[in-house]
Design a protein. Structure first.
Length: 156
């Protein structure tokens, strides 16, 4: 099952009400947050609604594992650890990532894990034309296929 990583690039100022509502439904509450969702028609419609304010693409298992290790948070802003996963799910990071990409496990199966990842701004910034131009024209917005992994690496 393909998984899509969606990164919010735009802040909250001057957004239409329906766009703000869609961001809330996607759990993208602030700039530089990321969610990983299955590639389904429902999520495709939501992405279409916020396409001018986010960038997205297919995430690889290795980058997803890094995000879980470094940016996965539990209540009280505690980091997600291998010991916690072993205790609650009887599997380590590698097994969980494999099951997640096969569609057998979801992020909500880890008790207390926050369903989004707070990232830092990308090292060396976004692409040359900034956050107002589409990726196809040298900017940061829109669909970027597998190149989302390079951006996520710089943001972790």
């Amino acid at each position: 099952m393909k998984r899509i990583a969606i990164v919010r690039v735009h802040g909250n100022a001057k957004l239409r009400h329906d766009v703000v509502k869609t961001f809330d439904l996607l759990r993208l509450y602030r700039k530089h947050t990321c969610i990983v969702v299955p590639s389904t028609p429902g999520y495709a419609g939501m992405i279409r609604m916020v396409k001018d304010f986010v960038t997205w693409g297919e995430i690889s298992p290795s980058v997803f594992r890094k995000m879980l290790e470094k940016r996965g948070k539990l209540p009280g802003n505690k980091p997600l650890t291998e010991a916690y996963l072993k205790d609650k799910l009887k599997m380590g990071f590698d097994d969980f990532v494999k099951a997640y990409f096969e569609g057998k496990k979801e992020l909500k199966d880890v008790p207390g894990l926050k369903p989004f990842f707070k990232l830092s701004p990308p090292l060396k910034g976004f692409e040359r034309k900034g956050i107002k131009a589409p990726f196809s024209m040298g900017g940061a917005l829109g669909y970027r296929k597998d190149l989302i992994n390079e951006l996520l690496e710089r943001m972790i």
